[in-house]
Write a protein that binds this ligand. Structure first.
Ligand code: SAM
Length: 282
């Protein structure tokens, strides 16, 4: 049996043997709790027949758990030092492929092909939102994303209209997926311990987006502008989306929504209705 990497002694030993120091600027916090790794594997319902894209395998902790489930794992790692480490820590797993590169630059469609796949990751927190948005906006055949994120970010991802933390990220994530927080992860589950609390969030990708809109691009332009100007009424905020006052007035008249409301009170459906009205006048 191979030693479980998700353990403080084994992780320290690997780091020492390869002369590694966790790179803060790459968001390196290595999991050292086998229960958390198993929790992610279970939340992803990983098993034989699954294809899983892992982002940032690090020294292979989560990768090992995913590989042990019998799934085919493709793991993209930016740190140039790590592929050589992974070749040793994951030696013998013929169901793991390590791809050196930046997940924001790799052509994921080419890498993973047209067949459905799952995403699992203990994300580097400095680029959580860009990674999630890149994965979702491309309409890749992803069935579910199971990721470790900062708790505060997860709360924004699941926030509902009217709440203080409801924002463009909430709308975007809920447009593409049904998110729910699976479990909390304390700082002591990592080496080094991050300064923030973490959670594992599960985002089940919808077969179709939550609202049907005429132009997805314009929908997100409206959403971003609505939250970019939080204190403003929607009619003022829409100027920030590049519309002229006549278009804005015309769109609100057409869709029957109250232009003096603030963006943070708008539901997904209301953003959709407004965006469609603006699309017709754009
Ligand atoms: N999966 C490992 C674990 O759970 O212990 C490591 C997780 S650590 C929080 C994040 C990993 O993402 C690091 O290995 C880091 O080098 C890698 N990373 C950072 N930026 C990346 C990027 N743009 N593309 C791919 N990997 C990246």
């Amino acid at each position: 049996p191979r030693p479980v990497i998700a353990n403080p002694q084994v992780t320290r030993h690997i780091m020492k043997a390869f002369n590694l120091r966790a790179a803060k600027k790459l968001g390196q916090n290595f999991l050292v709790d086998a229960g958390i790794v198993q929790g992610i594997v279970d939340a992803a319902e990983a098993g034989p027949g699954d294809r899983i894209l892992e982002i940032g395998p690090g020294i292979g902790t989560l990768t090992q758990g995913l590989a042990e489930s019998g799934a085919e794992v493709t793991a993209v790692e930016l740190d140039k030092k790590l592929p050589a480490v992974l070749a040793e820590t994951l030696a013998g797993y013929d169901n793991v492929t390590i791809v050196p590169g930046d997940i924001l630059k790799v052509n994921i469609r080419e890498l993973m092909g047209d067949q459905p796949f799952k995403v699992a990751a203990n994300l580097p927190y400095y680029i959580t939102t860009p990674i999630l948005m890149a994965l979702l906006e491309q309409h890749l055949p992803i069935s579910v994303l199971v990721t470790m994120v900062q708790k505060e970010v997860a709360l924004r991802m699941v926030a509902k209209p009217g709440s203080k933390i409801y924002g463009a990220l909430s709308v975007a994530v809920q447009y593409y997926t049904r998110p729910h927080i699976a479990f909390d992860v304390p700082p002591r589950s990592f080496i080094p311990a991050p300064e923030v609390d973490s959670v594992v969030i599960v985002c089940d990708v919808r077969e179709k987006p939550a609202v049907a809109v005429k132009s997805e691009k314009l929908f997100f332009r409206v959403v971003k502008a609505a939250f970019g100007q939080r204190r403003k009424t929607m009619s003022n905020a829409m100027k920030g989306a590049g519309f002229v006052p006549e278009q804005i007035a015309g769109a609100f008249e057409k869709c029957g929504l109250d232009s003096t409301r603030r963006g943070e009170t708008f539901s997904m459906e209301e953003f959709g209705i407004l965006a469609d009205a603006l699309t017709e006048l754009a």
